[in-house]
Write a protein that binds this ligand. Structure first.
Ligand SMILES: [Zn+2]
Length: 135
């Protein structure tokens, strides 16, 4: 009984996948025919202007990405990465996983908000408690 139902479900899956592939093929053919008709009817100078516009948008997007991406350098003193432009600190653990999220600056340390890694601030260390009951 169990094998009948698993076979039935497998057949349904195959039928659904075949139907989906058929529909995708129909839609792709319709889109291609429509695009070919548009290109045939379009003015060549208009097409050239559209291509130039697309190139300009792509170049502007690339420039924005390059301008806004963090430019990090490793700070041995702190054990983490720092953005050269804005001074934000980035977690070394997360950077190795290609996760770029600025850390939160607390009173005596930076804390990664992704993995909760803790980087003590050597310029502003945690004050030591006086030792009680020794000596
Ligand atoms: Zn982290």
């Amino acid at each position: 009984m169990k094998s009948f139902w698993s076979g039935f479900v497998n057949h349904l899956g195959m039928i659904a996948a075949t139907a989906a592939a058929f529909l995708i093929g129909l839609v792709a053919t319709a889109i291609r025919e429509r695009l070919e008709r548009l290109i045939d009817e379009a003015d060549p100078t208009m097409l050239l202007a559209m291509i130039v516009l697309c190139l300009i948008v792509a170049l502007l997007s690339l420039a924005l990405y390059l301008f806004h991406r963090p430019r990090l350098r490793f700070r041995e003193k702190y054990g983490c990465w720092q953005d050269k432009k804005n001074g934000y600190m980035y977690c070394a653990e997360c950077r190795s996983k290609r996760i770029f999220s600025p850390m939160k600056h607390e009173e005596h340390a930076w804390r990664c908000m992704v993995c909760s890694e803790y980087y003590p601030d050597p310029d502003n260390p945690m004050p030591r408690r006086p030792r009680v009951g020794v000596g």
